[in-house]
Design a protein around this ligand. Structure first.
Ligand code: BES
Ligand code: MN
Ligand code: ZN
Length: 477
């Protein structure tokens, strides 16, 4: 998708994108050497962030898109992703295929390319008429070799994000536990990846009682997927990404009401992130060791459903009183986390889960919730989030919160009443990770937000993939 050339040698394209800063209330070219192009007739165009104006009558390109980047002093990667995402969206809406781009001086080609590549996506599998148009070629004028390399890597990372988005956007009856197992096996064909799929029998043999409890109300068997990417065999670091894979959440016997169930095909967003991380590692050929662990099942409803008030025993031995069958994510994660700690020798664990409605009340759709028993890991994730735009906000895990999960009949309850709902969920998970550095990221608000943006053109964002890859790549340096 991405290439480079010089301004004078460039070949024709459907549109030329010209960036501008907003300074002293007017537009100022954001790149040297663009000659007189676009400098005239700019009274109405101010160069505000993501502002666009179309001009006809270029030479090699029939159209020029003037693109505002806001004030130079306020520009950052997110401003660029959003602005070039808008340029991409505009280009696609006119069904144009090729774009020449003048880069702003010292431009962050990675972020600019992400804007294009993350926007260049649609989900039309379930429509009989396919209408989306895609950009085929983006030429960065005057880009250095390093900038072009950055752009190409951004393209690959975005491909992994789209892989994750496809899983979240898909029908629950298609993207079911068996399908996720197929995807995991497909990833396992890469020479650096090894996939293991636990079927129901194996899950029974391992005594993963909480995964089995949640699965009782479903006609489909559960799976535990273990997908290991080994990119640095000599390195002791081993990051395990655990992802909640509830392919449909009815709530179980504590059935969700109308208005709360309609988006529950997205309750496997955590598993999409975890598998997307492995996809990205293969595409980018990362020099790290990272394993995705995905417990996956439906939370259905049936005569055999697990029951509020009953007690089930976890893989790790702790007994759990089911206070609410709709708090199912933490149950399957508990068995997956405990298995990870016991068998996979992780140096750190990050789990992604669409875990609580309470996190949406607290943070809306802007940030994911972060919970961690390790300040260093938490800081790395916060910084990665700020760099890549998948921002997180850390919540406390004071031991006092654990009192809310006391049970009369078992070691612990799976949930409490409404207060601090996201924290008590994280406190429950923490019981199963022991001392391993661990972070839990609640993506209930960010995996499938109502608001689409310039670089998230469908509701499924694929959140988590760029966050984790950004963290891993930085830890490398
Ligand atoms: N999958 C839901 C959380 C969710 C809510 C995800 C909204 C995306 C959007 C989770 O399994 C759930 O039902 N959580 C309950 C927990 C409660 C019963 C303690 C919730 O948040 O209401
Ligand atoms: Mn639920
Ligand atoms: Zn759920």
């Amino acid at each position: 998708m991405f290439t480079t050339t010089s301004f004078s040698k460039r070949s024709s394209a459907d549109v030329l994108v010209l960036p501008f800063w907003h300074e002293k209330n007017k537009a100022v070219p954001a790149a040297k050497d663009i000659g007189s192009l676009g400098k005239d007739g700019l009274e109405d165009f101010k160069g505000l962030a993501s502002e666009t104006t179309l001009v006809y009558g270029g030479k090699k390109e029939k159209r020029m898109l003037l693109l505002g980047l806001g004030k130079k002093s306020e520009c950052n990667a997110e401003v660029l992703r959003k602005a070039f995402g808008s340029a991409s969206s505009w280009t696609r809406s006119l069904k144009l295929k090729s774009v020449n781009v003048v880069l702003p001086d010292d431009g962050d080609a990675f972020a600019i390319a992400e804007g294009f590549a993350l926007n260049n996506y649609a989900f039309e599998e379930l429509k009989s008429k396919k209408e989306a148009s895609f950009i085929k070629k983006v030429t960065f004028i005057g880009a250095s070799k390093a900038q072009l390399d950055d752009a190409k890597r951004a393209g690959k990372l975005s491909e992994a994000v789209c892989f994750s988005r496809d899983l979240v956007n898909g029908n629950a009856d298609d993207v079911n536990p068996q399908y996720l197992a197929k995807v995991a096996k497909e990833l396992g064909k890469h020479p650096k990846v090894k996939t293991e799929v636990f079927d129901k029998k194996r899950i029974e043999k391992e005594k993963m009682g909480l995964i089995l409890a949640v699965n009782r109300g479903s006609n489909r068997d559960p799976h535990l997927l273990i997908v290991s990417y080994q990119g640095a065999p000599k390195d002791k670091e081993h990051t395990v990404v655990v992802g909640k894979g509830v392919t449909y959440d009815t709530g179980g016997l504590n059935l969700k009401p109308t208005g709360s169930m309609e988006e529950m095909k997205t309750d496997m967003g955590g598993s999409a992130a975890a598998l997307g991380v492995i996809k990205a590692a293969t595409l980018l050929n990362l020099k790290v060791n990272v394993t995705a662990v995905v417990p996956t099942t439906e939370n259905g409803i049936d005569a055999l459903s697990y029951k509020p008030g009953d007690v089930y025993k976890s893989y790790e031995g702790t007994t759990v009183e089911i206070f609410n069958t709709d708090a199912e994510g933490r149950l399957i994660l508990a068995d997956a986390l405990a298995y990870t700690v016991a068998k996979l020798k992780p140096t750190r664990i990050v789990d992604f889960a669409t875990l609580t409605g309470a996190i949406v009340i607290a943070l809306g759709e802007e940030r994911s919730g972060l919970f961690s028993n390790n300040d260093k890991l938490a800081k790395e994730l916060e910084e990665a989030g700020n760099r890549c735009g998948e921002k997180v906000w850390r919540f406390p895990l004071d031991p006092e919160y654990k009192d809310l999960l006391k049970s009369d009949v078992a070691d612990i309850k799976n949930c409490a009443k409404r207060e601090a709902g996201s924290i008590t969920a994280a406190i429950f998970l923490q019981e199963f990770v022991k001392k391993t550095p661990w972070a839990h990221i609640d993506i209930a608000g960010t995996a499938f937000p109502n608001k689409k943006t310039s670089y998230h053109p469908t509701k499924a964002t694929g959140v988590g993939v760029r966050l984790l890859i950004n963290m891993l790549e930085n830890a490398q340096n």
